[in-house]
Design a binder for this molecule. Structure first.
Ligand code: UGA
Length: 472
């Protein structure tokens, strides 16, 4: 791999920061990963990996102590770095705006440490104009304008596939307003944009290769900031759109999977993010749609479309809950098996997880829940402790034991391959309400289930009195 090594500091070791740091090391740079959580830094130094992410443990093991170091001392990391990536949290504030206080605090501290020319790069998802604020904060702290530039380099990685998304990105967006900053950023990503990384033995596999490297898009800092917000808002809109279409499908007796396939094969629309379900969750879409709406509001642009996207998303969970009610009639004392807690498959993240909302609602209604998730049970138990009504179990069949109904709430791959006979025998009543459309209704009917999913007609077993007359 042809490489001009760059000295990088990444501030914030959450999903974005830690993955970016590991990937920068993987493509040959020297990286210092900074976090003010001493416990996290100690874990990372000792070989621990605080998040569940494919390839991340391997990359950290490979580069720890050589190309990647961990510290809580931002000042010294900043002094040694040519580029400082800010990847701290930008949580949702009360008004829907992004809370930028962590970015502000980090920028001030960086300003106190700059000695030589440094590029400060926003990697956190931030609203347009944040780069201007960072620039102002650094200048206010007495740093001369020739000593620094601020760039925007948004990240498009998805949790669960973050490392592969980073190293095999659809595109790399760099927003910079000076040639000097642009040049350094080109150097950072050169192994991916030239394709040299993909010929290295042991390179993380993915769609790109030496002759088809990652495209680099250079823009202004403001455009880069907008690209990130607009992309997330657009994807959330795509999901809400198909969710409304799924509701129409249910009303008219069409199958949303067919509709999505028909729409998605139009290249202008594309098949991805057209999966109807129980609504989007996670630490990004809910927060970024709200922040994008807020930015538009502040500058007097009507973007009410996004308010609708949020409303549809909230309603989708309510509709699912009603579907469960339509299968069970009453809730008090019912035993529910729940498969999935994470906001999507492949991650242990439960932030804004629709699964959790639904479970909390069912507990509130007096149900007893037996839940299984391959990765997110420990985190959930901190919020919903195990109790007489909330059981965390070791596999889907234990969850299904004596259940009045089983709910599929997260699209974990392993939930697609359940032993349907074994599960039916474990359950009290063979009723499955699937919020992720993981099974073919006809297959579930063959296996003796009453099966309700999203945007498709339910299949009812004859002994369910609902066979001929659906009761609202
Ligand atoms: C999202 C974006 O996809 C990334 O590009 C972006 O970098 C990231 O946010 C971020 O801003 O940091 P992520 O939150 O990891 O990534 O999750 P997604 O895979 O986008 O899923 C978000 C939610 O939408 C999940 O709850 C998922 O189940 C749901 N979803 C997704 C659907 O309901 N239907 C779909 O077709 C796709």
């Amino acid at each position: 791999m042809k490489n001009s090594k760059v000295s990088i500091a990444v501030v914030g070791s959450g999903y974005v920061g830690l993955v970016a740091a590991a990937c920068f090391a993987e493509i040959g740079h020297h990286v210092t990963c900074v976090d003010n959580d001493e416990g996290k830094i100690a874990t990372l130094r000792d070989g621990g990996v605080p998040i569940h992410e494919e390839y991340l443990p391997q990359l950290l093991d490979k580069h720890r102590g050589e190309r990647i170091e961990f510290t809580s001392d931002l000042g010294s990391a900043a002094r040694q770095a040519q580029l400082i990536f800010i990847a701290v949290g930008t949580p949702q504030g009360k008004t829907g705006s992004a809370d930028l206080s962590y970015v502000d605090a980090v920028a001030s501290e960086i300003a106190r440490s700059i000695q030589d020319y440094t590029v400060i790069v926003e990697k956190s998802t931030v609203p347009v104009y944040t780069n201007e604020w960072i620039r102002r904060v650094i200048a206010r702290n007495g740093v001369s304008p020739e000593l620094f530039d601020v760039a925007s380099n948004p990240e498009f990685l998805r949790e669960g596939t973050a490392v592969a998304d980073f190293l095999h990105a659809d595109r790399i967006v760099v927003g910079a307003d000076s040639d000097r900053a642009r040049e350094l950023m080109r150097q950072v990503y050169e192994p991916l944009t030239s394709g040299s990384y993909y010929r290295v033995a042991g390179a993380v596999p993915g769609p790109h290769h030496e002759s088809a490297p990652v495209p680099l898009l250079e823009t202004s800092t403001k455009a880069a900031e907008l690209i990130k917000h607009a992309s997330n808002a657009f994807l959330a809109m795509k999901i809400s759109f198909i969710n409304v279409v799924s509701n129409i499908c249910e009303a008219v007796g069409a199958d949303v999977e067919h509709v999505a396939q028909g729409m998605g094969t139009d290249k202008r629309i594309g098949p991805r993010f057209l999966n109807a379900g129980i609504g989007y969750g996670g630490s990004c879409f809910p927060k970024d749609v709200a922040a994008c709406r807020y930015v538009a509001e502040q500058i007097g642009v009507d973007f009410n479309l996004l308010a609708e996207v949020e409303k549809i998303n909230a309603e989708q969970k309510v509709r699912f809950f009603q579907k469960v009610r339509s299968a069970l009639w009453t809730f008090r004392g019912k035993r529910i098996a729940a498969l999935g807690l994470a906001f999507k498959g492949g991650t242990d993240d439960i932030r804004e997880s629709p699964a959790l909302d639904i479970i909390q609602h069912l507990l509130h209604e007096g149900c007893t829940i037996s839940v299984y998730d391959p990765a997110a049970m420990e985190r959930t138990a901190d919020i919903i402790p195990a109790s007489d009504n909330m059981h965390y179990v070791d596999d889907p069949y234990e969850a299904a034991k004596d259940a009045d109904a089983l709910l599929i709430l997260t699209d974990w791959e392993e939930f697609r391959h359940l032993d349907l006979e074994k599960m039916r025998k474990a359950m009290r009543y063979p009723i499955v309400v699937d919020g992720r459309n993981m099974y073919e209704p006809s297959k579930m009917a063959e296996h003796g289930y009453t099966y309700l999913s999203v945007g498709r007609e339910g299949t009812y077993q004859p002994r369910e009195l609902l066979a001929d007359r659906k009761i609202p």
